[in-house]
Write a protein of this length. Structure first.
Length: 90
């Protein structure tokens, strides 16, 4: 008999009233606010988020764009998403 031990971390709850992209954005927001992702750091790519959370690419993109809309992240075309620096935050 095999025992599987794993730590998956935060997961998306598809039964929640909150949309999956908002759940992922909330997790990323928490990581930014707690300093796990400091200013100027590149955020996980869409592919990374798909792998980590088991979500669709569209969902991952919406989560990242929500952080941009909130002023917590910036998008650099062709380079990815980065945590906003204090001088670039609204």
């Amino acid at each position: 008999m095999f025992t599987l031990v794993s730590d998956h971390g935060p997961v998306v709850n598809y039964e929640s009233a909150q949309a999956p992209y908002r759940q992922v954005a909330a997790i990323l927001r928490d990581r930014i606010e707690t300093g796990r992702y400091p200013a100027g750091m590149r955020l996980p790519s869409i592919n990374d988020l798909v792998q980590e959370f088991g979500i669709a690419r569209v969902t991952a993109g919406k989560a990242l764009r929500l952080l941009v809309a909130e002023g917590l992240a910036e998008m650099s075309p062709g380079m990815g998403f980065y945590v906003s620096t204090p001088s670039s935050a609204p």
